[in-house]
Design a protein around this ligand. Structure first.
Ligand SMILES: [Zn+2]
Length: 497
């Protein structure tokens, strides 16, 4: 384990805390996954990239992370609460499909998009429908504790009673009295003793598509329950990190805490991490606002708000240029700037990989240069150790990149750094870009071979002084996003920035 003082912001305590896993070197991390009834959009991309980067950095530090991210394929109702239709069943009716066909289809497209964003797969990806017995067992346990009640085949969590011994609202900062008075006049309380109570199990009407036998009759589980069932099954009743988007903090995560405490008398997670929301041109993203953009639309540029396509790595890079707890605003200008930044980093990666140490007895070691490299490396780690501040870490990477470029162009001799510092510079840059930030080159091996071939023809045309051909090849490569670099002793290429 590398000796790092990693601090992370815990929503539960509202402050940065030193990260101390319950059972180091093991780390258990649970992140709420998608409800699979539509294409993945920016709101899915951000938590996936955020917690992928957390996973990558913890792994880099030597922790053994078990990352569990669920697939919600039942129980998530259209109102995000206890009323309305099941989101997946609704889509299934619209498209005349089995609910499981809908879930499968959008699980597959979600996986495709997450792979394009170069996120590591979770260690375990449980589905809610695969854990019905576990959810029923939890309902029984909460009933046994006297913290739930049954009405007409549905079971509700008794928030007021729970609050006598525990604190409902401690994660989100919501005050129970205000929640109750705020909803007093609203209809729809129905079977609940109090409007703040939430469903653990819902009785299913005969026409309901997804339903199971239970001790309370035929029904289906409440949305909040699945995360408690699956996190405790695979990570234990108390694990290290629970993550998700800020929009899930209330009521979803608050209810998870209540369920965990009701069953196990302790908080399910030690640290709660929440990524902030995404805006589009300064506006909240929403289907009704017409600014709802799926990841595929971004990758293809096929959306009226987009001036061009933005590659998956541009999107990933863009997300990492903001701290995960800041809001992130998508606009064409910001995305174009991110595309430039990403290409600079990837050009640097190509150079760094090819760069070799050249010993030179005539050159003395330059302590000033060494200090600059060492301090940028330390600062990049400090940024990651400070609540995974990728935005700052990228800034320090650009300082390292300047040194790499200077060595490449011959302005700075690798010998001036000495072999040890030179190697540290090269390896730190590559490790940060590829392993920690998860940024990779997007072109294929075939493209690489084609570029090599074109550069060979370019070189031959140059030797033959066939300048029309030289210009033609140069223009052809440029149209594909590559620039030819005529160097002193060779011809190279780079991504156009
Ligand atoms: Zn969840």
């Amino acid at each position: 384990m590398k000796s790092h003082q990693l601090k992370l912001y815990n929503t539960l305590s509202r402050q940065k805390e030193t990260f101390e896993p319950i059972n180091a070197p093991f780390v258990g991390m649970y992140v709420c996954g998608p409800t699979v009834y539509g294409d993945a959009h920016l709101g899915h991309g951000r938590p996936a990239v955020t917690f992928d980067t957390v996973n990558r950095y913890l792994t880099h530090l030597g922790y053994r992370v078990r990352y569990v991210r669920n697939i919600t394929d039942v129980g998530h109702l259209t109102g995000d609460a206890d009323e309305g239709e099941d989101k997946i069943a609704k889509k299934a009716k619209l498209e005349q499909l089995e609910p499981m066909e809908v879930a499968q289809q959008y699980t597959d497209t979600y996986h495709r998009d997450m792979a394009l964003l170069n996120t590591w797969k979770p260690s375990i990806e449980p589905r809610a429908t695969g854990h019905i017995p576990e959810q029923i067992a939890l309902v029984e346990a909460i009933l046994k504790e006297g913290l739930a009640y049954e009405v007409n085949g549905s079971v509700y969590f008794d928030v007021l009673k729970y609050n006598n011994s525990y604190k409902y609202g401690k994660l989100s900062g919501r005050v129970l009295d205000e929640l109750i008075s705020g909803s007093r006049d609203l209809d729809g309380q129905g079977e609940k003793r109090n409007s703040v109570d939430f469903a653990l199990w819902k009785n299913a009407a005969p026409e309901h598509l997804m339903k199971w036998e239970s001790p309370w009759g035929v029904g289906f589980p409440g949305w909040h329950l699945e995360c408690t069932a699956m996190s405790s099954k695979y990570l234990g009743t108390q694990f290290d990190i629970h993550g998700g988007g800020m929009d899930l903090m209330f009521p979803h995560h608050e209810c998870e805490i209540a369920q965990g405490n009701a069953c196990n008398h302790r908080d399910p997670a030690k640290y709660w991490m929440h990524n902030n929301m995404i805006t589009i041109n300064g506006q909240k993203m929403g289907k009704s606002l017409g600014n709802f953009i799926t990841l595929q639309e971004l990758f293809s540029g096929n959306h009226r708000l987009l001036e061009q396509a933005y590659s998956p790595m541009t999107i990933r890079y863009f997300m990492l240029t903001a701290h995960y707890r800041s809001t992130l605003d998508f606009s064409n200008d910001a995305l174009k700037a991110a595309q430039k930044g990403y290409k600079k980093i990837i050009n640097g990666l190509r150079i760094a990989r090819a760069l070799e140490y050249l010993p030179n007895p005539e050159i003395t070691v330059d302590q000033e240069q060494i200090n600059q490299v060492e301090s940028s490396i330390a600062a990049a780690y400090r940024a990651m150790d400070d609540d995974f501040n990728t935005a700052q870490a990228i800034g320090h990477l650009f300082n390292l990149l300047k040194k790499i470029n200077s060595i490449f162009t011959g302005q700075l001799s690798s010998a001036a750094l000495g072999e040890e510092v030179f190697t540290k510079l090269k390896e730190t840059f590559i490790t940060f870009v590829v392993d920690i930030l998860g940024l990779i080159e997007e072109k294929s091996d075939v493209q690489e071979s084609m570029i090599e071939l074109l550069l060979k023809l370019y070189s031959e045309a140059k030797t033959a002084r066939d300048y029309a051909k030289v210009d033609e090849i140069r223009a052809g490569l440029k149209s594909m996003g590559f620039v030819v670099k005529d160097m002193k002793d060779k011809i190279d290429w780079a991504y156009e920035e």
